[in-house]
Design a protein around this ligand. Structure first.
Ligand code: EPU
Length: 432
């Protein structure tokens, strides 16, 4: 058995340029969205990550014909789809696989798929998805790890749905289920994330009639049919934010390209508050730092608030600041599982409920650690980049779910980072 690890020798500032890939959370929604088009779509700027290849594999397993046109562009033909036939183990690998439910409901008026997997942040209920599907006319049942939704041949019917909390996943799933429904659907208290807007733009380009995406009221006038379309996914704001924080943490000077600066406002504002230089251009951001960092308080919130998916990375930067900073998690029940790993590297963080108190400055020292989830893995990489000595990160399959070519991108900007494969018996062979 072989296992992969990341090995980082810390101390090099990030300099030069890094290009951001397409957005994971948008890509996965659009890939499942193609089911509604019943035609050929060409989707560009898909990040080369395992959540995308797993999503494409699910589509192919239910009948879609998929051609890779180049590294980041795929043709997806969903003319023939067998609803309800997605394999249990594939769907369990990731959270976004639940978009297959909204998409199958939208096209066939019935759906059947395994309960989704994904990162462990404590409980991850899907009650708002179910509430939405039921409001649109489906009866939803759970059996043997599967979710079954059916309108008994009647198809989806537009409805007014008030979301009890702001949820990206349920907003997207309801948009998918409603865009070919009879009548109009209004989603109130909808999520405003850029990937919600990107999915709406993709669906509208395919013939849907969705307005208000990006605000908290989305109106979906049902149309009979969608058609295939060419579409490019937006850049990944969380990948961009990760590189922004990494550049600041290493005291580097880095131009991050293929960015929509508007999406980065909350991250940029907090970096500026800490004393980092942030220069915005049309589609890039330059980050540099040569002075000390100031302590700050951050609370994660739905967009346009500070993203929860930047909580772990930002905590590493806060460890470097003088004084006591706080990180309050406003989205997930338990997003602090990475704290124990950072402590192994010298961080002084105490967690009380949803708030972490971070005492700085920390001199990180390299250690063997693991990625407990995707963004936690990104935080371990940043800590490794600034630590004295060698850091080895295990469990990197989480990182590979969401960061395209992270080793190549960071080493191109001066980091000493390698992917190594370990045979389970101690011998090591270097791949990169
Ligand atoms: N919630 C409910 N009921 C629901 C759905 C959500 O109570 O039916 C709650 C959740 O428990 C949570 C909050 O609402 O407290 C927000 O959950 P949301 O539905 O917005 O999260 P998600 O759609 O499951 C997406 C991203 C996550 C990101 C969150 C929040 C995808 C595939 N995943 O998850 O991204 O943390 O939104 O922004 O889009 C990541 O990329 O690393 C990642 C975990």
């Amino acid at each position: 058995m072989e296992r992969e690890k990341l090995v980082i020798n810390g101390g090099n500032p990030l300099t030069g340029e890094i290009e951001v890939s397409g957005m994971k959370n948008s890509a996965v929604a659009i890939i499942f969205g193609t089911i509604l088009t019943e035609g050929k779509c060409v989707i560009e700027n898909l990040p080369d990550i395992s959540d995308v290849s797993d999503s494409l594999e699910i589509l192919s397993s239910i009948g879609a014909k998929i051609k890779r046109l180049n590294k980041t562009t795929y043709e997806i033909d969903t003319s023939v789809i067998r609803p309800g036939s997605s394999p249990y183990n594939l769907v369990r690998k990731m959270r976004a696989s639940y978009y297959i439910l909204g998409a199958e409901l939208g096209r066939f008026g019935k759906a059947h798929a395994a309960y989704p997997g994904g990162c462990d942040f404590g409980t991850r209920p899907i009650d708002q998805h179910i509430k939405g599907f039921e409001a649109l006319g489906a009866k939803v049942d759970f059996e043997n790890g599967y979710i079954d939704a059916d309108t008994d041949g009647k198809g989806m019917c537009g409805s007014n749905i008030y979301m009890d909390c702001v949820t990206v996943g349920a907003t997207i799933n309801i948009m998918l289920a409603a865009c070919r429904a009879k009548g109009t659907t209004i989603i109130d208290n909808a999520a405003r994330e850029p990937h919600v807007v990107d999915l709406a733009n993709f669906l509208n380009a395919s013939g849907a009639n969705i307005s208000g995406a990006g605000t908290d009221v989305i109106k979906i006038k049902g149309v009979e049919q969608l058609h295939g379309v060419d579409y490019a996914v937006i850049p990944d704001m969380i990948e961009a934010g990760t590189f922004m924080v990494a550049a600041a943490a290493t005291g580097g000077d880095l131009l991050i390209t293929n960015v929509i600066p508007k999406h980065m406002e909350s991250v940029s504002a907090k970096l500026i508050e800490m004393g980092v230089n942030v220069e915005e251009y049309d589609d890039s951001i330059r980050i540099s730092r040569n002075g000390p960092l100031s302590k700050i308080a951050v609370k994660t919130l739905p967009y346009p608030g500070f993203p929860t998916d930047m909580n772990p990375q930002m905590c590493v930067l806060m460890c470097l600041a003088n004084g006591v900073s706080t990180m309050t998690e406003g989205v997930w029940d338990n997003r602090f599982r990475y704290v124990e790993e950072l402590s192994l590297m010298g961080a002084k963080i105490t967690v009380n409920g949803k708030t972490a108190t971070i005492e700085g400055p920390t001199n990180f020292s390299g250690a063997p650690v693991k990625a407990v989830d995707l963004r936690a893995g990104a935080a371990m990489i940043i800590a490794g980049l600034i630590a004295n000595g060698k850091t080895e990160i295990d469990n990197i399959r989480h990182i590979q779910r969401g960061y395209e070519n992270i080793v190549e991108k960071l080493s191109g900007a001066g980091a000493d980072i390698r992917l190594v494969t370990f045979a389970e018996d101690t011998s090591v062979s270097v791949m990169n």
